[in-house]
Design a protein around this ligand. Structure first.
Ligand code: SF4
Length: 386
C-alpha cells in the first residue's frame, strides 16, 4: 500500500528512522521504543505512539537530512561516520509525505529534525519551509513538533513557534564544560541556552498569539554530568524560561563514534531523573528538596519523593487536617489533584482515615500512611484489595 502511495520518498523516509531512537517527543518518553541504531526498514519504525498535549497520537519522526557537518561525539549522524547512510529531502517531499500518510490514517502528527548542512540558518529555513507547506498548502492543523537548530535568528524562531505545537532546543549537556566534551562545536550560551531565553521572550512579547511550547533534551551520563547539575538547570528552565518539559536520554554508545567504548547509562537513572523532574515541574519542589548523594547523583533504589519523606516525615508525620498544600505535595501517594481534594474536603468536615482519602480519589493512600496523622494518630494502613 505504501508503495502505491508514494514509493520513493516514503521508502527513503523509513531509512532515516534512526531518529526515533534519539529524539523522545511525547509525554511518556520512556515508553518510546529503543532499538539498535541503524538499518531499520518498516514504516512502523519511523512512527512512534506518543502522548501529546492533544492526546495520544501516532507521530512520524522525520529528518530533512541525515548528513551533518557537526561532530557531536555520541551522535550517529556526525560528520564522517561511514556507517550512516546519508539521505536528504526537500521541503515539498517531507510535506507531501506527511500529507499522504496522514490521509491514509497512518500518522497524526510529525516531529521534524535535521542534521546541519551549510549552517544552522540554512538548515532551519528548510524546516520552516516544510512546516509552511504543511500548514498552508495542505492546510494541516494537526500536531507538529519542530527542532530548533543552534544559534538561529530571532525571526526564524518566532516563525517556528507560530507553525509548531512544540519546538525543541536540545541543550544536550547542563553546562558549557559538559557540552565541550559532548559536542565540541556547539556553544552552550550563544547557540543553545539563548534560544530558550529567546523563545520565552517571544512568548512574552506576543501574549495573545498561539505559540509553541519549548522542550529540551539532555544526553545523560556520557561525560560525568551529575543529576544535581541536570536537575538544577531543569528547575531554572521550568521556573524562569517557561519550559514545557525536559527530556533525559540515557546515553548508549554508538559504533563508529568517539564514544563507542563508553558504558551505557542505566535506564534506572533516566527513570529517576524523570521522577525528580516531575516533582520540580508539577509539584513545585525546589532543587533543595531533592536529596543528592555526595557525588551529585540521586538515589537509585527508591523514588525521590519517598526518599525525602522517609528522611523528613517518618518521625514527624503531617497532620492531615492542617498540612499546607506544599506539604501534602511532599507525601508519597498524594499528587496535585489529591492535595486539592484534601484541602476542599477539609472545609466540609474531618478526614479520619485512609479510606476517607480513597473516597477523595487518592488511589493508593496506603503509600501516604507512614507520613500522615489523622487527629493526632497514625492511621491503620489496610492494603487495598482492588
Ligand atoms: S548537530 Fe545534531 S545531527 Fe549533527 S552531529 Fe550534532 S547532534 Fe548529530
Amino acid at each position: 500500500m505504501l508503495v502505491q502511495i508514494a514509493p520513493d520518498t516514503i521508502t527513503r523516509l523509513i531509512q532515516v528512522s534512526d531518529v526515533t531512537t534519539y529524539e523522545p517527543v511525547g509525554d511518556q518518553p520512556q515508553q518510546e521504543r529503543r532499538r539498535a541504531a541503524y538499518q531499520s526498514r518498516s514504516l512502523e519504525e519511523c512512527i512512534t505512539n506518543v502522548s501529546t498535549p492533544k492526546g495520544g497520537k501516532k507521530i512520524l519522526k522525520a529528518m530533512m537530512t541525515t548528513a551533518c557537518e557537526m561532530n557531536c561525539q555520541y551522535c550517529p549522524f556526525r560528520a564522517g561516520r561511514s556507517k550512516m547512510k546519508r539521505l536528504t529531502f526537500t521541503p515539498d517531499e517531507v510535506a507531501k509525505s506527511l500529507d499522504t500518510l496522514q490521509q491514509a490514517g497512518k500518522v497524526e502528527g510529525m516531529f521534524l529534525s535535521s542534521g546541519i548542512i551549510k549552517g544552522s540558518v540554512t538548515t532551519q529555513d528548510k524546516i520552516i519551509d516544510t512546516a509552511d507547506i504543511v500548514r498552508n498548502r495542505y492546510h494541516y492543523g494537526g500536531y507538529l513538533h519542530l527542532k530548533v537548530m543552534p544559534g538561529i535568528e530571532y525571526g526564524q524562531l518566532y516563525r517556528l513557534m507560530q507553525l509548531a505545537d512544540r519546538v525543541s532546543v536540545n541543550l544536550e549537556g547542563p553546562s558549557q564544560e559538559r557540552l565541550d566534551t559532548l559536542a565540541p562545536k556547539k556553544d552552550f550560551q550563544r547557540q543553545l541556552f539563548s534560544m530558550l531565553q529567546l523563545a520565552e521572550q517571544i512568548r512574552r512579547t506576543h501574549p495573545d498569539e498561539k505559540l509553541a511550547g519549548t522542550v529540551t533534551q539532555f544526553v545523560v551520563g556520557a561525560v560525568g554530568d551529575t543529576d544535581k547539575e541536570l536537575l538544577t538547570l531543569s528547575s531554572h528552565l521550568y521556573r524562569k524560561l517557561g519550559l514545557t518539559r525536559a527530556y533525559y536520554s540515557a546515553f548508549h554508545p554508538i559504533e563508529q563514534t568517539p564514544f563507542e567504548n563508553l558504558p551505557a547509562t542505566p535506564a534506572l537513572r533516566e527513570h529517576r531523573l524523570y521522577q525528580a523532574s516531575f516533582l520540580l515541574r508539577d509539584y513545585h519542589w525546589s532543587v533543595e528538596d531533592l536529596l543528592f548523594l555526595p557525588d551529585g547523583g540521586i538515589e537509585l533504589d527508591q523514588d525521590p519523593k519517598r526518599s525525602w519523606a522517609d528522611r523528613h516525615l517518618r518521625e514527624t508525620p503531617l497532620e492531615i487536617m492542617t498540612a499546607r498544600r506544599d506539604q501534602l505535595l511532599h507525601v508519597p501517594g498524594i499528587g496535585p489533584i489529591g492535595a486539592n481534594a484534601v484541602l476542599k474536603a477539609r472545609q466540609q468536615g474531618k478526614l479520619l482515615s485512609l479510606s476517607d482519602l480513597r473516597k477523595l480519589g487518592i488511589r493508593a493512600p496506603e503509600q501516604a500512611s507512614p507520613y500522615l496523622l489523622f487527629d493526632g494518630k497514625r492511621p491503620f494502613a489496610q492494603l487495598s484489595l482492588f
